[in-house]
Design a protein around this ligand. Structure first.
Ligand code: ADP
Ligand code: ZN
Length: 612
């Protein structure tokens, strides 16, 4: 029963879907050409009295231009809607007719709403009857509603700033796309899939476009979330179609934005059918990735801000095995991004891009583009000759207000706490003998969870760790928390991950490595940790209650003793801690070399202070 109902339902859905798509198109077709323009240009059209009518919907604004003499068909423009409370006032002032719709102007031709879909419906029906049941449906996958092809993106690496490491890594891909045969002859292994990982707005899409632009190859892009809303079977068909088209146009790039929407971990055993379509689509994608031949010159790129939820199958060798971090820009990166976006803006003499960069910690490229745009609008509204610093100040405040609503900016206080916390880790790491050297400290939020980070790199490969080295590692982990304690006499939630890792180390020392004096050289867990749902994990050795208590006590002692030790270290170095934290607040990133220089330079100064 359900089986028979299914094709009928599908047809009804297709019918509605197509009618929507067609109406959408036809409404646009009344005008000869619709050009997408930036909002600033759109405002200029109003001010120059070039617009006859404006139709506003929830995300875009369409403007119909006044016809020039002798012109029969009117031109239209569209622009993305910007928060602009003065728009209506200006429209009235310039005598422009305006109206609002809730969507892309569907209601414009009711006639088409019924007539055209009817014909399509009939065509479909006759096709289905011809027996090619599947084939008739599959061609729907060819509808390119959210597949977007760009023959030449026109974007170059100059348009993307502040992500030098990512660019460096992508150079190889460009090289390859420019000349696949040459590469092949030399036998180089080319990544099939490149995954760009980083917060929203850091320029992942822009980077992918720039790779296509630099290599001068076509750019196919599609959103991962688009697949999920599809009818059964259509998502997979679309993936197949996408790859077929791309192979025809090779060398080229296929870009899948928000791949997490499509590539979430598949359920171990599908209980409900709810995710079936997504999984079908994902399976098809995996199949296509395995099937296609890189030698033809198709490179798959994808972007995500949640790599941790991706299905591991996607990340296997031969699939998305190259990961490139596109992080939030540091102060220098922000300066470069601002320069890119200020290229076509007339700047006043007072404008100092360095200062703007310093005022916008935590901003991503998209936020900075927003600041420049906002500042230009503000200056235009006030009739200024050029965009001055006041406009930028105001624009930053507005963007911050917007971001605060979305909880994306850190308060000054939070930043201060993080700066002290990270400085604490770094100072301890440089003081104790057995810790890895600090490579970099940063208070720029990294990825999704960590607020700041202190990156340590081992100087050599290690197979064995001594007890004192483990204790030193413990000390480094506690350094962040202790720095907060002695500076603010208050502790925050920021150390949770540190404490987890510290507890882990201490536990292992006592239970696995036999490093506790009280318990002696014994292990209490057969060296293995309980796995999730590992019912048999107690089979190793039953612990008596007494021993369990001793273990807990020993773990606690290790941590408490280390805590006291770290407190000693940081209290003795309190002036250095402060100096480092302040520098970190100012620069946001301190490299290891620089850190060591600061420490050694303050060494003598510190001694004189403490001897007074
Ligand atoms: P993502 O794909 O990471 O969410 P996008 O590439 O869509 O981010 O970025 C949105 C816009 O923000 C870009 O079109 C560009 O104008 C601006 N932008 C973002 N990052 C950068 C950057 N690194 N350099 C220059 N502009 C950027
Ligand atoms: Zn920490």
């Amino acid at each position: 029963m359900a089986k028979r109902l299914f094709p009928i339902l599908t047809i009804i859905f297709l019918f509605l879907f197509l009618s929507a798509a067609i109406i959408h198109r036809s409404a646009l077709a009344v005008f000869s050409a619709t050009e997408r323009i930036p909002y600033s240009d759109f405002k200029k059209l109003i001010q120059d009295d070039k617009l006859e009518e404006v139709i506003i919907n929830s995300t875009t604004i369409r403007g119909i231009l006044k016809a020039e003499e002798g012109q029969k068909v009117k031109n239209a423009v569209t622009t993305v809607k910007v928060e602009d409370p003065d728009l209506i006032k200006e429209l009235i002032a310039h005598n422009v007719k305006f109206s609002a719709t809730t969507d892309g102007g569907w209601g414009q031709s009711l006639f088409l709403l019924w007539f055209v879909p009817m014909i399509i419906f009939l065509i479909l029906m006759s096709r289905m009857r011809r027996g090619a049941t599947g084939a008739g449906l599959m061609s729907i996958g060819k509808s390119k509603a959210n597949l977007y092809i760009d023959k030449d993106t026109g974007v170059t690496f100059d348009d993307v700033a502040g992500v030098d490491e990512a660019k460096e890594e992508l150079k190889e891909v460009i090289d390859y796309l420019k000349n696949p045969q040459k590469y092949q002859r030399l036998g180089g292994r080319i990544p099939k899939g490149v995954l760009l990982v980083g917060p929203t707005g850091t320029g992942k899409t822009l980077l992918a476009k720039a790779v296509a632009g630099e290599a001068k190859v076509p750019f196919f892009s599609i959103g991962g979330s688009g697949f999920v809303e599809m009818f059964v079977g259509v998502g997979a068909a679309r993936v197949r179609d996408l790859f077929a088209q791309a192979q025809e146009k090779a060398p080229c790039i296929i870009f899948i934005d928000e791949i997490d929407a499509l590539g979430k971990v598949r359920a171990a055993a599908p209980i409900s059918g709810g995710h079936e379509e997504r999984e079908n689509t994902l399976n098809q994608l995996l199949l296509e990735m395995d099937g296609f031949d890189t030698r033809k010159g198709v490179i798959l790129m994808a972007a995500t801000n949640r790599p941790e939820i991706l299905d591991p199958a996607l990340l296997r060798p031969g699939r998305f095995d190259r990961h490139i971090l596109v992080d939030r820009p540091d102060i220098k990166g922000r300066e470069e991004i601002l320069k890119v976006h200020c290229k076509n803006v007339k700047l006043g003499k007072t404008v100092d891009i360095k200062i703007i960069a310093a005022r916008t910690p935590g901003f991503v490229g998209a936020d900075l583009a927003n600041v420049v745009n906002e500042a230009a609008l503000l200056a235009a509204r006030l009739g200024k000759e050029a965009v001055d610093m006041d406009s930028f100040e105001e624009a930053i405040n507005r963007v911050i207000a917007g971001l605060e609503k979305k909880k994306k900016v850190m308060s000054k206080k939070e930043q201060e706490i993080i700066a002290y916390h990270e400085s604490g880790h770094a100072l301890v790491a440089e003081t104790v003998p057995g810790a890895d050297k600090v490579h970099r400290i940063s208070i720029i939020p990294r990825g999704i969870s960590a607020l700041g980070y202190t990156l340590q790199l081992p100087t050599e490969d290690r197979y064995l760790l001594t007890r004192s080295e483990l204790l030193d590692r413990l000390a480094v982990l506690l350094g962040g928390r202790v720095a907060e304690e002695i500076t603010f006499h208050e502790i925050s939630t920021g150390a949770q991950n540190d404490l987890e890792r510290a507890t882990d180390i201490a536990m292992s020392m006592v239970r696995e490595y036999g490093m506790s004096e009280k318990l002696g050289p014994m292990t209490f867990q057969n060296g293995r940790r309980p796995q999730f749902l590992d019912i048999g994990f107690r089979t190793g050795r039953e612990l008596s209650e007494e021993v369990a208590k001793d273990i807990d006590n020993e773990v606690k002692n290790l941590i408490f003793d280390t805590h006291t030790r770290v407190k000693g270290i940081l209290e003795e170095n309190k002036d250095r801690l402060e100096m480092l934290a302040k520098l970190l607040l100012e620069k946001e990133v301190i490299e290891g070399e620089e850190l060591r220089k600061i420490i050694s330079e303050t060494a003598s100064g510190h001694k004189t202070i403490s001897s007074v």
